[in-house]
Ligand binder design. Structure first.
Ligand code: ZN
Length: 147
């Protein structure tokens, strides 16, 4: 079990050190800002939504290792997925980090955040980017394209 924990930690450290999709998205049509005052984590999520699916997703921001790694892995996880799939993914992820039984079986790499459930103050660091993603999906007012 401790080997597995080390592996999980390695993935989180790697994504913190070199976050994936860490940039502004110039042709995004959804965007939202998130802030976790408990830790000081800040994140902005950029989305390109097309035909009910996320065609592209990026983020910028600054925060602790958990929040940065979570944002990086979120972008990898939701790219190309439909909004329904993303909702299921978020539910599963939330269950995972809050220590509830996870019904959704396709979390993939997101399972590295299982250890977060042992640290309640870290749950908001891990879920911040997902709440911001939801806000961006709901937000049609800040469209940056002519679509
Ligand atoms: Zn944090």
């Amino acid at each position: 079990m401790s080997d597995l924990k080390d592996l999980y930690q390695e993935v989180i450290l790697d994504h913190n050190k070199s976050p994936r999709n860490f940039k502004e998205l110039c042709d995004s049509n959804r965007k939202a800002n998130g802030y976790n005052p408990l830790c000081g984590d800040k994140v902005t999520v950029f989305l390109k939504v097309e035909n009910g699916a996320v065609a592209d997703v990026t983020f910028v921001g600054s925060g602790c290792a958990i929040s940065t790694a979570s944002a990086s892995l979120m972008t990898e996880s939701v790219k190309g997925k439909s909004l329904d799939e993303i909702e299921l993914l978020f539910q599963g992820f939330r269950d995972l980090v809050t220590g509830k039984p996870v019904e959704y079986t396709e979390l993939g790499k997101l399972e590295v955040f299982q250890g977060v459930s042992e640290f309640p103050v870290r749950v908001k660091c891990a879920t911040l980017v997902w709440h911001t993603l939801q806000a961006a999906l709901a937000n049609t007012g800040e469209a940056t394209t002519t679509e």
